[in-house]
Write a protein that binds this ligand. Structure first.
Ligand code: AMP
Length: 398
């Protein structure tokens, strides 16, 4: 594996797997959030500045039966040119085949070729080696900069790497950043190390919690999943979210944490509501005594103070999942307070990594993305990384 920054791309054709799976407006096909495209720009620019050329490949949406207009990457051409400061972007309307081969071969230094959606071929998700080999023939060097799909063993994200020698395959700058930040937390975290896990369901987060019990000093559990932990201990949670089939699991996690010397922090109080709605009546209530007909939709005022103290005492912080139904203003306070505490701890020298769709949306909502150490671009990939799994996209390069 080469290091991207040390590689001279002069006269090289770099085949980059990017994650350009951006949301498009249904009617106009305009891009409604270009963060994933922006994230790949530094990698593309470095190659062009070196005097190389770039071939970009990505998936977009979930096409089921081959090519479809709404998932065409041609909708991204104009905006890509703008992001690259006016660089000419060519387009191949098939990611493999004669046209792609010829356009790639004819690329001059400083030019960019965007390939049509990889998932127009079923072979992509199947990880088909023949399809991967065809893609590999388009470039001299393979660069993987798509952390968002690193947990998939697809043709363009993993299988393709074997067709390049180890000197000619590498992570792009985005992937390098993701892997470095992730490894810093997972492998060399300074203690106290606090993991903040929130969101709706325990079942989605069991594996990450279990893996973190071997590493963290403190685990804060917030969001809907906290109520399964309270119910498991015989408490009254009213109509709060609860996974009845995970009660024993919650007790097992609490016991395991105790055995390993990890402190689990549950929200002692909650903002409760009389219905799941923006105009619900609300009150602050002990999380262990929620009246029937009411539900906990955010952590409460004492929990905010408790969690803040733990966070401010930490040297390493990992945050995945909101503390409440932050999409509604009445239930935002917990998530916002945790975001502010993470930012404050970071300003005092802690290393903080925020990842997972909803927590990233939350730090963006509160304009705190530049106040934490690292915001991960990978939802599922980030979760699997912290579950301790080997990600095929990373393993294939290393
Ligand atoms: P996840 O995708 O598992 O991280 O869950 C995120 C979702 O959990 C968000 O849409 C939140 O609105 C939701 N959520 C957080 N706290 C609660 C809660 N106390 N009750 C119901 N849903 C919640």
């Amino acid at each position: 594996m080469s290091t991207f920054s040390n590689f001279n791309f002069k006269d090289k054709k770099a085949l980059i797997r990017v994650d350009f799976n951006v949301p498009l407006d249904k009617a106009s096909r305009e891009i409604t959030d270009d963060s994933r495209m922006k994230a790949a720009v530094p990698t593309i620019k470095k190659i062009l500045n070196d005097g190389g050329s770039v071939i970009l490949m990505s998936h977009l949406g979930r096409p089921k039966e081959g090519p479809e207009e709404k998932s065409s990457l041609k909708h991204l051409i104009k905006h890509l040119m703008t992001l690259l400061g006016g660089v000419n972007v060519l387009f191949a309307d098939d990611c493999i085949g004669e046209q792609a081969v010829q356009k790639a071969a004819g690329l001059k230094a400083g030019e960019v070729l965007l390939l049509e959606n990889l998932r127009f071929y079923k072979e992509e998700e199947k990880g088909d080696p023949a399809f991967a080999e065809k893609l590999s023939q388009l470039g001299d060097v393979y660069v993987n900069d798509a952390f968002g799909t690193a947990h998939r063993a697809h043709a363009s994200t993993a299988v393709i790497a074997q067709y390049f020698s180890s000197e000619n395959r590498m992570f792009g700058l985005l992937m390098e950043g993701e892997v470095a930040a992730g490894e810093k937390v997972l492998l060399s975290a300074q203690r106290p190390f606090t993991a903040i896990i929130g969101g709706a369901k325990v079942s989605d987060k069991i594996l990450i919690i279990e893996n973190l019990l071997d590493r963290a000093s403190d685990v804060i559990i917030g969001g809907g999943m906290a109520y399964t932990f309270w119910k498991a201990q015989g408490k009254m949670i009213g109509n709060s979210l609860c996974e009845e089939d995970r009660l024993q699991l919650a007790l097992d996690i609490l016991a395991k944490a105790k055995e390993k010397g990890v402190t689990i922090h549950l929200p002692v109080d909650s903002t409760i509501a009389d219905k799941f709605a923006a105009d619900a009546q609300t009150a602050n209530c002990d999380s262990a005594a929620i009246p029937s007909g009411w539900m906990g939709l955010d952590i409460g005022t004492q929990a905010i103070v408790d969690f803040r103290n733990v966070i401010l005492n930490s040297k390493t912080i990992l945050w995945n999942g909101p503390m409440g139904v932050f999409e509604m203003e009445k239930f935002q306070n917990g998530t916002k307070s945790v975001a502010l505490a993470v930012a404050e701890a970071t300003s005092k020298g802690a290393f903080s990594l925020v990842g997972g769709g909803d927590s990233v949306a939350a730090v963006n909502l509160f304009h705190l993305a530049d106040k934490v150490s690292y915001v991960s671009t990978g939802g599922g990939a980030m979760l699997e990384f912290f579950e301790g799994k080997t990600l095929p996209g990373i393993a294939a390069i290393k």
